[in-house]
Design a protein around this ligand. Structure first.
Ligand SMILES: [Zn+2]
Length: 127
């Protein structure tokens, strides 16, 4: 991948980033999506770290996308559901795409609001 790589190329598999580029690649995808919460009041533009992956209720969370992008791993195996920083070793870009597909991209403020709502309302556990 290079500086002209688009989210579409990454999402369809046309461009498969090497592991050292996963943070950058995930950032491109997050910025392209933007915050998906319709109540969003705004967030700084162009800063991938203000956007987060929010597993939709009912989706089985295998790992944290952002942790995996950074290559963090403690257990070296898949955890269902993931806890803390436990990220499987040996995951490949298609695994990342599959995990991202279970998520909404939302800004940190909206993620916090959603988490509180899920904790205080009946329903599936928060992601
Ligand atoms: Zn938002």
């Amino acid at each position: 991948m290079d500086s002209s790589t688009t989210a579409e190329q990454l999402l369809c598999g046309e461009v498969v980033p090497g592991k050292k580029h996963w943070v950058e690649a995930v950032g491109i995808i997050k910025l392209s999506a933007g915050c998906g919460d319709e109540r969003c009041l705004g967030y700084p533009n162009g800063i991938p770290s203000v956007l987060t992956w929010d597993h939709r209720p009912g989706q089985v969370k295998l790992f944290e996308v952002s942790q995996a992008a950074q290559g963090r791993s403690r257990t070296g195996r898949f955890v269902q559901p993931a806890k803390g920083n436990e990220v499987p070793k040996g995951i490949k870009w298609p695994d990342m795409l599959a995990e991202m597909a279970k998520c909404d991209v939302v800004c940190r403020n909206c993620h916090a609001v959603r988490t509180v709502e899920r904790l205080t309302k009946p329903g599936p556990p928060a992601g």
